[in-house]
Design a protein around this ligand. Structure first.
Ligand code: F6R
Ligand code: ZN
Length: 185
């Protein structure tokens, strides 16, 4: 029989709909130590929503052979001079890549290899970003609107947040004279 798919992607908004779509939110209180200025982060309203993630995971996480599909929305704003951004991670199964693509807004994808070399790509509607294996990735919203992007990654990639929590990225994205700039940290 021909049936309806269980998940839809709203092409204009980048949002996923369907019963099997998982959702998570990151508020300021969940992002201790992520931003350079921890004092400012701690002093701001802790219930402020910084980003939301949706994921469609049709097979068990950690099983090989599958692909996951996600949506991330980062609210605009800064913590001091640093733009709102995701925590960032390496994949636990280190040599697994990922695609990100821009849907709405203005962002910057920050990448870092195992030798701590950092580089970045501008994200905008329709921009396609290949994140190679062994490369940590994080996204900052540098615009005044929501930044929305979608992602596709292997089901056995997993997420290593600990390495970034301990050592951070070798550069941070801050506003300098009204423009985003990567500054060594
Ligand atoms: C999955 C992936 C994205 C991020 C999301 C939130 O491998 O890279 O779906 O998980 O953009 O960022 P993190 O996970 O770094 O908080
Ligand atoms: Zn990832």
């Amino acid at each position: 029989a021909i049936v309806q798919p269980s998940v839809f992607l709203k092409l204009q908004s980048g949002k996923l709909t369907g019963d099997q779509v998982l959702k998570s939110q990151k508020k300021l209180k969940d992002l201790e130590g992520v931003f350079q200025d921890e004092q400012i982060r701690a002093a701001l309203p802790q219930e402020s929503l910084i980003y939301e993630v949706q994921a469609f995971m049709p097979i068990a996480e950690g099983k090989s052979g599958g692909l996951f599909f996600g949506n991330s929305t980062i609210y605009p704003g800064k913590i001091g001079a640093e733009y709102h951004m995701t925590r960032g991670h390496f994949h636990s199964n280190l040599d697994t890549g990922e695609y990100y693509w821009g849907v709405k807004g203005e962002g910057i994808l920050i990448m870092m290899d195992e030798d701590r070399n950092v580089w970045a790509e501008e994200m905008s509607e329709g921009s396609v970003h290949y994140i190679p294996g062994k490369v940590a990735h994080r996204v900052a919203n540098v615009g005044e609107e929501l930044l929305v992007f979608n992602a596709c990654w292997p089901s056995d990639a997993g997420h290593d947040y600990a390495t970034i929590a301990e050592k951070g990225f070798a550069a941070r994205l801050v506003e300098v004279d009204g423009e985003p700039k990567l500054v060594d940290s």
